[in-house]
Design a protein around this ligand. Sequence first.
Ligand SMILES: *Cc1c(COP(=O)(O)O)cnc(C)c1O
Length: 636
Amino acid sequence: EQHIRREKATSNICTAQVLPAVLASMYAVYHGPQGLRRIAQRVASYTAIFVRGMQQMGYDIANASAFDSVTVKTDDATHSIAERARQSGANLRCRLTNHLGVSLDETTTREDLEMLWSFFVKPGQPMPRLGDFEKGVEPLIPEELRRTSDFLTHPVFNTHHSETGMLRYIRMLSDKDLALDRSMIPLGSCTMKLNATSEMIPVTWPEFANIHPFAPQDQLQGYAELDQQLRDWLCQATGYAGISLQPNAGSQGEYAGLLVIKAWLEANGQGHRNICLIPSSAHGTNPASAQMAGMTVVVTACDAQGNVDMADLKAKCEQHSANLACMMITYPSTHGVFETQVKELCALVHSHGGRVYVDGANMNALVGVAAPGEFGGDVSHLNLHKTFCIPHGGGGPGVGPVCVVADLVPYLPGHATAGLPVNGVGAISAAPLGNAAVLPISWMYCRMMGPEGLKQATEVAILSANYISARLKDHYPTLYASANGHVAHECILDLRPLKETSGVSAEDVAKRLMDYGFHAPTLSFPVPGTLMVEPTESETLAELDRFINAMIAIREEIRNVENGTWPQDNNPLKHAPHTAASLLGADWDRPYSRETGAFPLATLKQVKYWPPVGRVDNVYGDRNLFCSCVPVADYA
Ligand SMILES: *Cc1c(COP(=O)(O)O)cnc(C)c1O
């Protein structure tokens, strides 16, 4: 939606929370309906037992029905009970002034129940005994709310209930996947770099993984220190004065940053300014975020080299001078080029009273060599899940910190529960530190790399992109480069001329790359008919060469179409990707051999990725939803 409807989009979501969603689905696959019901019944029974014990001690429970949470009327004893619990390592929820909240879950043990009661027992009173309640305690779920219908009836939720079975199911799925564990993922604008194991391990430590985001501040000191240090380092890397780690994706950082600009304008009596200038080359989230922040988007032109057209920008600034709120640019641009006039651009927008938003998703080309906060940017978001190593294959979890210059710091997101000021734009996400659990990854990356290492990573990322662009130039010209012929950290390969000479499209090449064991580069973005390649610093020279050699071999295949050896509509590119089933059927009537289909390079005979599905009709698929579930008749 953000890329196609742009400033008319109703959502700016790009990076989502897919990995956590997959984890949740795997929980359902493993436990199945019976397991989930058993877990839920145990939680509900323990809750009912807890309530019986509380009633025996004379407490009133505020809620007559419950699944896992109850509110206990504690009156004058509220503070002392909560304090006793805290000293034993348990946080009870203080509700209003004279109630305490208790929630159980499937990790709650019999010992936990007895410990909980011990907080509430009054002097001289006997402690309730578990054994007295274990038989015949009914869950406190009202009869009419109890579920009687079946759920999770699909076979996938009723098959993989042993650990070995689960392991094989996940392995079967990952065998279908063409991920970083097999090859580079050259997706431009995505920065698919190494997520080092040493960066990932702290995420699993209970100290980071198991703490509640609303735990009392004095129990969150480790996170507070991590937050402070990471914010300091990221400010140094970007040249900004202040930063909030709260936004959960780059798009959310954009939204937060635009709200900061609006809050600043309003505080300065300029609340009427609502025009947001965005060059036509911008990533789709930019106009979508501006629209969501209630701004009016005015698109500015790009010149033939893909740079912001300064004459058009000057005209638009003058035309909208009285109402100009800001301009959003990406640096280096989404065309993969360092635009040399960026300082003049920022100064021009400032001279008309607007602020400059620099989309920082391409920081992998900047860290250590240039800083948006120094060349004229006022606000930027970072994508910690791109530049700072948080894995985002499949779409998240993300962290999109928003960084600002000094006079905008007071307007950064706040959060009431964390004691953060709310005089700025208020809370941007539910938890005060956003996706806190993945922050140790970026912390580890910065800490292990150090300033020199981060700078070197940037230099190698730029070098790698230029190497690919230079080695492929006689096969696929790079569409945009700066005056010295160089690109930034990614390059756009122009495949449009091939359509004329061979009928082969960029999509055909993207699909054929799968037969060669590569994930496709970014297809037709930001320019239709092109492939955008971003190698990052993580790929070795050998892997870059393997990719380049595959691209050159594909160019030779295209030549076979150009010279008529293969028909335009019947060749390995149009039939790609080749599944084992399509190659090993009894009949074979194509003008190329089965071997050419499966093993276009001899090296593939040693390591081969087998695409699980062949070519699909994208347009038909988008317009005709179909269900891959078990047929409805099977349920009858
Ligand atoms: C990835 C990207 C975004 C959006 O970031 P998300 O974290 O996916 O929301 C915005 N702008 C550019 C240039 C990007 O590459």
